[in-house]
Design a protein around this ligand. Structure first.
Ligand SMILES: [Mg+2]
Length: 202
Protein backbone atom coordinates (compact mmCIF):
# COMPACT_ATOMS: atom_id res chain seq x y z
CA UNK A 1 0.00 0.00 0.00
CA UNK A 2 3.07 2.21 0.34
CA UNK A 3 3.01 3.01 -3.40
CA UNK A 4 -0.54 4.43 -3.38
CA UNK A 5 -0.66 8.18 -4.04
CA UNK A 6 -4.29 8.74 -4.93
CA UNK A 7 -7.65 7.10 -4.27
CA UNK A 8 -10.81 6.57 -6.29
CA UNK A 9 -13.93 5.67 -4.33
CA UNK A 10 -17.18 4.09 -5.28
CA UNK A 11 -20.02 6.07 -3.65
CA UNK A 12 -22.96 3.82 -2.74
CA UNK A 13 -22.28 1.16 -0.14
CA UNK A 14 -18.69 2.43 0.06
CA UNK A 15 -18.65 6.02 1.34
CA UNK A 16 -22.35 6.39 2.08
CA UNK A 17 -25.34 4.16 2.64
CA UNK A 18 -27.58 3.02 -0.16
CA UNK A 19 -31.04 1.69 0.48
CA UNK A 20 -31.83 1.10 -3.19
CA UNK A 21 -34.08 -1.91 -3.53
CA UNK A 22 -32.77 -3.33 -6.79
CA UNK A 23 -35.32 -6.15 -6.71
CA UNK A 24 -38.21 -3.68 -6.54
CA UNK A 25 -36.70 -1.55 -9.32
CA UNK A 26 -36.21 -4.61 -11.54
CA UNK A 27 -39.81 -5.68 -10.98
CA UNK A 28 -41.20 -2.21 -11.74
CA UNK A 29 -39.29 -1.82 -15.01
CA UNK A 30 -39.50 -5.48 -16.08
CA UNK A 31 -35.79 -6.25 -15.85
CA UNK A 32 -34.86 -9.87 -15.13
CA UNK A 33 -33.01 -10.64 -11.86
CA UNK A 34 -29.85 -11.62 -13.73
CA UNK A 35 -29.74 -8.58 -16.02
CA UNK A 36 -27.81 -5.38 -15.29
CA UNK A 37 -30.32 -2.54 -14.80
CA UNK A 38 -28.33 0.10 -16.69
CA UNK A 39 -27.69 -2.20 -19.65
CA UNK A 40 -31.37 -3.15 -19.67
CA UNK A 41 -32.38 0.54 -19.77
CA UNK A 42 -30.04 1.13 -22.70
CA UNK A 43 -31.61 -1.70 -24.70
CA UNK A 44 -35.23 -0.63 -24.18
CA UNK A 45 -37.06 0.85 -27.17
CA UNK A 46 -37.31 4.65 -27.02
CA UNK A 47 -41.04 4.56 -26.24
CA UNK A 48 -40.47 2.60 -22.99
CA UNK A 49 -37.09 3.98 -22.03
CA UNK A 50 -38.21 7.28 -20.53
CA UNK A 51 -40.87 5.72 -18.27
CA UNK A 52 -38.39 3.13 -16.98
CA UNK A 53 -35.71 5.78 -16.46
CA UNK A 54 -38.23 7.85 -14.47
CA UNK A 55 -38.88 4.87 -12.17
CA UNK A 56 -35.16 4.39 -11.57
CA UNK A 57 -34.78 8.15 -10.96
CA UNK A 58 -37.59 8.16 -8.36
CA UNK A 59 -35.95 5.32 -6.44
CA UNK A 60 -32.52 6.97 -6.64
CA UNK A 61 -33.73 10.33 -5.34
CA UNK A 62 -35.57 8.74 -2.38
CA UNK A 63 -32.37 6.85 -1.56
CA UNK A 64 -30.21 9.96 -1.94
CA UNK A 65 -32.24 11.95 0.57
CA UNK A 66 -31.86 9.28 3.27
CA UNK A 67 -28.18 8.45 2.66
CA UNK A 68 -25.59 8.81 5.47
CA UNK A 69 -21.83 8.18 5.88
CA UNK A 70 -20.86 4.55 6.46
CA UNK A 71 -18.80 3.71 9.57
CA UNK A 72 -15.36 5.41 9.70
CA UNK A 73 -15.56 6.52 6.04
CA UNK A 74 -15.81 10.21 6.91
CA UNK A 75 -12.75 10.06 9.18
CA UNK A 76 -10.69 8.36 6.46
CA UNK A 77 -11.73 10.77 3.70
CA UNK A 78 -11.11 13.79 5.91
CA UNK A 79 -7.64 12.56 6.88
CA UNK A 80 -6.86 12.00 3.18
CA UNK A 81 -8.01 15.56 2.45
CA UNK A 82 -5.83 16.96 5.27
CA UNK A 83 -2.85 15.08 3.81
CA UNK A 84 -3.43 16.30 0.27
CA UNK A 85 -4.16 12.84 -1.14
CA UNK A 86 -5.90 13.29 -4.52
CA UNK A 87 -9.38 11.72 -4.35
CA UNK A 88 -12.18 11.05 -6.82
CA UNK A 89 -15.56 9.34 -6.84
CA UNK A 90 -16.59 7.13 -9.76
CA UNK A 91 -20.20 6.01 -9.42
CA UNK A 92 -22.87 4.27 -11.46
CA UNK A 93 -25.41 6.54 -9.76
CA UNK A 94 -26.97 9.55 -11.53
CA UNK A 95 -25.50 13.06 -11.35
CA UNK A 96 -28.56 14.42 -9.54
CA UNK A 97 -28.70 11.74 -6.83
CA UNK A 98 -24.92 11.89 -6.39
CA UNK A 99 -25.02 15.67 -5.95
CA UNK A 100 -27.64 15.29 -3.18
CA UNK A 101 -25.55 12.69 -1.36
CA UNK A 102 -22.34 14.72 -1.65
CA UNK A 103 -24.03 17.91 -0.44
CA UNK A 104 -26.07 16.38 2.42
CA UNK A 105 -23.03 14.55 3.80
CA UNK A 106 -20.52 17.34 3.06
CA UNK A 107 -18.22 14.89 1.27
CA UNK A 108 -14.97 16.82 0.63
CA UNK A 109 -14.30 15.33 -2.84
CA UNK A 110 -14.51 17.58 -5.89
CA UNK A 111 -13.60 15.15 -8.65
CA UNK A 112 -16.79 13.19 -9.34
CA UNK A 113 -17.66 11.01 -12.33
CA UNK A 114 -21.29 9.85 -12.66
CA UNK A 115 -22.84 7.49 -15.17
CA UNK A 116 -23.82 10.29 -17.53
CA UNK A 117 -20.16 11.21 -17.97
CA UNK A 118 -18.52 7.88 -18.79
CA UNK A 119 -19.09 4.20 -19.47
CA UNK A 120 -20.15 2.47 -16.24
CA UNK A 121 -17.78 0.28 -14.20
CA UNK A 122 -16.41 -2.35 -14.81
CA UNK A 123 -15.30 -0.32 -17.86
CA UNK A 124 -12.02 1.30 -16.72
CA UNK A 125 -12.34 4.47 -18.87
CA UNK A 126 -13.45 6.76 -16.03
CA UNK A 127 -10.68 5.49 -13.74
CA UNK A 128 -7.97 5.91 -16.36
CA UNK A 129 -9.22 9.43 -17.05
CA UNK A 130 -8.97 10.30 -13.34
CA UNK A 131 -5.34 9.06 -13.29
CA UNK A 132 -4.57 11.29 -16.28
CA UNK A 133 -6.12 14.31 -14.55
CA UNK A 134 -4.19 13.55 -11.35
CA UNK A 135 -0.99 13.22 -13.45
CA UNK A 136 -0.32 9.86 -11.84
CA UNK A 137 0.26 6.43 -13.39
CA UNK A 138 -2.78 4.20 -12.87
CA UNK A 139 -0.56 1.85 -10.81
CA UNK A 140 -0.19 4.63 -8.19
CA UNK A 141 -3.96 4.77 -7.65
CA UNK A 142 -6.22 2.55 -5.58
CA UNK A 143 -9.87 1.84 -6.38
CA UNK A 144 -11.90 1.39 -3.19
CA UNK A 145 -15.36 -0.18 -3.39
CA UNK A 146 -17.88 -2.62 -2.00
CA UNK A 147 -18.83 -4.53 -5.15
CA UNK A 148 -17.30 -6.58 -7.92
CA UNK A 149 -17.78 -3.87 -10.57
CA UNK A 150 -15.48 -1.57 -8.56
CA UNK A 151 -12.78 -4.20 -8.27
CA UNK A 152 -13.11 -5.29 -11.91
CA UNK A 153 -12.84 -1.66 -13.06
CA UNK A 154 -9.75 -1.21 -10.87
CA UNK A 155 -8.14 -4.36 -12.27
CA UNK A 156 -9.04 -3.32 -15.83
CA UNK A 157 -7.34 0.04 -15.19
CA UNK A 158 -4.22 -1.60 -13.71
CA UNK A 159 -4.91 -0.01 -10.31
CA UNK A 160 -4.66 -1.49 -6.83
CA UNK A 161 -8.06 -2.70 -5.68
CA UNK A 162 -9.49 -2.49 -2.18
CA UNK A 163 -12.69 -4.09 -0.91
CA UNK A 164 -14.39 -2.47 2.11
CA UNK A 165 -17.54 -2.78 4.20
CA UNK A 166 -18.32 -6.48 4.53
CA UNK A 167 -19.30 -8.84 7.32
CA UNK A 168 -17.99 -11.93 5.59
CA UNK A 169 -15.73 -11.96 2.53
CA UNK A 170 -17.95 -12.08 -0.60
CA UNK A 171 -17.43 -14.47 -3.53
CA UNK A 172 -15.65 -11.80 -5.57
CA UNK A 173 -13.06 -10.98 -2.87
CA UNK A 174 -10.36 -12.59 -5.03
CA UNK A 175 -10.51 -9.45 -7.21
CA UNK A 176 -9.23 -7.33 -4.30
CA UNK A 177 -5.56 -6.66 -3.51
CA UNK A 178 -6.63 -5.45 -0.06
CA UNK A 179 -9.69 -6.28 2.05
CA UNK A 180 -10.83 -4.30 5.09
CA UNK A 181 -14.11 -5.04 6.87
CA UNK A 182 -14.49 -1.31 7.56
CA UNK A 183 -12.78 2.02 6.83
CA UNK A 184 -11.17 2.20 10.26
CA UNK A 185 -8.88 -0.69 9.30
CA UNK A 186 -8.10 0.83 5.91
CA UNK A 187 -7.29 4.12 7.64
CA UNK A 188 -4.73 2.49 9.96
CA UNK A 189 -3.06 0.57 7.11
CA UNK A 190 -3.01 3.46 4.66
CA UNK A 191 -1.65 6.11 7.01
CA UNK A 192 1.02 3.91 8.53
CA UNK A 193 2.19 3.18 4.95
CA UNK A 194 2.07 6.90 4.15
CA UNK A 195 4.15 7.70 7.21
CA UNK A 196 6.73 5.09 6.19
CA UNK A 197 6.95 6.61 2.72
CA UNK A 198 7.32 10.12 4.11
CA UNK A 199 10.04 8.91 6.49
CA UNK A 200 11.96 7.77 3.42
CA UNK A 201 11.70 4.04 3.90
CA UNK A 202 10.84 3.61 0.25
MG1 LIG B 1 -21.22 0.30 -4.31
Amino acid sequence: MIHIQGIIFDLDGTLVSSSLNFEAIRQEIGCSPTDDILSYLERLPAAEKQAAADIVYRHEMADAESSTWLPHARSFVEQCAENGIPMAIVTRNSATATAVKVKNNAIPIKHIVTREMSSPKPDPAALINVATQFRLPTSALMMVGDYKYDLQAGRNANMATCLVNFEALPYFANLADYTFAHFGLLQSAFFSALQQRRCGFL
